[in-house]
Design a protein around this ligand. Structure first.
Ligand SMILES: NC(=O)c1ccc[n+]([C@@H]2O[C@H](COP(=O)([O-])OP(=O)(O)OC[C@H]3O[C@@H](n4cnc5c(N)ncnc54)[C@H](OP(=O)(O)O)[C@@H]3O)[C@@H](O)[C@H]2O)c1
Length: 508
């Protein structure tokens, strides 16, 4: 069945619709499946913003411009439903719950806390108990076609080769929820490291348990699948190139490096993290919904690794090198200091560089800001970068193989020419130039859509040249001072000579 026909008249319920993946999924469904029913989106009030104003902000994003041009009425199908994944029954009112049970055919569960350094209690409540609550709702739907749980390829990092299947649980998810509900936060924090082992953080641990919630509660009762994306970054081209709403993954490196804020990174140049453009992940998710929604097999929870695996391997070192090339190719208009950044896996080298090139300049520049009557901020930014690098080191130092045969086979199932245009995931055709172009768009997109900066290459180059001279001047002054101090002031050659003479005479 054609995808558009499968979605015709179907109502979708989505958690995490305000998130990175969620927004791209909503846009793609509304634009490419125009006959879809309503999309109900679980939304909470946040930072004093009501549901309506949050919904308007989402609809106003440049991500939705193409949809507004092609089919402005479609956005009326997006309906916010008040709720919170952290609450029992998802915090839904009785009326909303009843409405969802009667109307919804497809559920996408993408809401999660994606912080790697969340406290155990918080991670378990949202990522494990929240998944239980959404499964309970899915089990009650009167006319369910498919429940889609979005997991992550990184939830089994204790293995080197990760297949498209559910691995044995590290603990019973029911016990984990009980622990999170009944144990006080301090006690949980003291036992966290041991409890998570061999997984590296609360996110991967909770997401791995969530897969078991889906498996235990849905298998044998409703059709459900688990889709595991790898590291999801900017759009490739659908609906626009380079769209992003966060600095996760290599995009963060390219931006912070290009701004001159990030000068050194702790990581392994040979590590091969697996990146996927968000529009490719979403197309895969829709293809999987169509495929498994038609099959409606309730006896098996299919798992798909939405990963590149060995189609295109980009090492951390290549990302850093691309970053260096992009500094001149598309320089930012606002740069803190002459950009130059490197990656090392040597802790000593890293710490020395952090102190000299991150913390010390940030400290000095913050004093200058303070003297100028402005708010100091650079030390705080550098502290955040330092913490993020420590949290991410595990992922930037190791490599995994995410087997993706089922996922890739699914991408090849498209027959209809129109649908090929709308849903084809062109990973296999990428050339090295395409990869460079993709990362370039990722950097420019992050600047445009997140930092709200426009690119002006001439202006950027002028600024870059000025900073290069300034950098050279500071280095010249610094090394001249060092030279003067060592050679002239303390006459280091004589000191060394005397030391060697004493040493030789002692030997005699
Ligand atoms: N991004 C990646 O690289 C990546 C890779 C692999 C897998 N994934 C998975 O993909 C899914 C989506 O990730 P993402 O990158 O889109 O995350 P994201 O941008 O951080 O979005 C998280 C979403 O979850 C919602 N949420 C969090 N806590 C909630 C709560 N208590 N109640 C209701 N909603 C809540 C957020 O809503 P608010 O706006 O209200 O906070 C937001 O919509 C996650 O399951 C993640 O594990 C992501």
């Amino acid at each position: 069945m054609r995808i558009v026909d499968f979605f015709e008249g179907k109502n979708v319920f989505l958690t995490g619709g305000s998130g990175f993946l969620g927004k791209v999924l909503i846009e793609k469904l509304l634009r490419s499946c125009p006959k879809i029913g309503n999309i109900y989106m679980l939304l909470r009030e946040k930072k004093g913003k009501s549901l309506d104003s949050r919904l308007e902000i989402i609809k106003g994003l440049p991500l939705f411009d193409k949809l507004k041009e092609e089919n402005p009425e479609a956005l009326k199908k997006l309906i916010a439903v008040k709720g919170d994944v952290c609450d029992l029954n998802l915090g839904l009112s009785d009326a909303d719950r009843k409405m969802l049970i009667e109307k919804v055919n497809i559920i996408y569960h993408t809401a999660a806390s994606v912080r790697f350094d969340d406290f155990l209690k918080a991670a378990l409540i949202i990522n494990v108990r929240g998944t239980r609550e959404i499964c309970k709702l899915a089990l009650e739907l009167t006319n369910i076609s498919l429940f889609v749980h979005v997991s992550t390829t990184y939830c089994n990092t204790d293995k080197k080769i990760i297949e498209e299947k559910i691995y044995p649980a590290h603990t019973d998810w029911r016990d984990a929820i009980k622990l999170a509900e009944e144990c006080d936060e301090n006690t949980l924090n003291t036992m966290t490291q041991k409890y998570l082992s061999p997984l590296p953080n609360t996110y991967t641990f909770a997401k791995s348990l969530a897969e078991h919630v889906v498996d235990d509660l849905c298998k044998g009762t409703i059709p459900a699948i688990i889709v595991r994306p790898s590291v999801v970054i900017s759009t490739r081209d659908d609906p626009i190139a380079g769209w992003n709403d966060n600095f996760n993954g290599p995009v963060g490196l390219l931006v912070a490096g290009g701004k001159g804020v990030l000068r050194t990174v702790l990581g392994n140049r040979d590590a091969t993290p697996d990146y996927m453009p968000v529009d490719y992940v979403i197309k895969g998710l829709i293809l999987a919904t169509n495929h498994y929604g038609i099959k409606r097999n309730i006896n098996e929870i299919e798992v798909l690794n939405a990963a590149q695996h060995d189609i295109h391997t980009v090492t951390m070192g290549e990302v850093v090198d691309m970053g260096a090339e992009l500094i001149k190719d598309c320089p930012f208009n606002q740069i803190l200091w002459n950009p130059r950044f490197s990656m090392t896996k040597c802790w000593y080298n890293y710490y020395i560089q952090v102190l000299l090139f991150h913390m010390l300049p940030a400290f000095i520049l913050d004093i200058v800001l303070r003297l100028a009557g402005r708010k100091p901020m650079l030390f705080t930014i550098q502290r955040k970068i330092y913490i993020a690098n420590n949290v991410l080191f595990y992922f930037m130092n190791n490599s995994w193989e995410f087997m993706n045969d089922k996922y890739i086979a699914l991408l090849d199932t498209l027959q209809d020419d129109d649908e090929k245009t709308m849903f084809t995931v062109k990973i296999k055709d990428w050339t090295n130039e395409d990869i460079f172009e993709y990362f370039k768009n990722g950097k420019m997109g992050a600047a445009k859509y997140i930092l709200k900066e426009e690119f002006n290459r001439e202006k950027g180059m002028r600024h870059l040249t000025r900073l290069w001279y300034l950098d050279m001047a500071v280095r010249t002054i610094f090394f001249s001072f060092l030279f003067w101090y060592l050679i002239i002031k303390i006459d280091v050659f004589h000191v060394l000579l005397r030391f060697v003479q004493n040493y030789i005479s002692n030997l005699n």
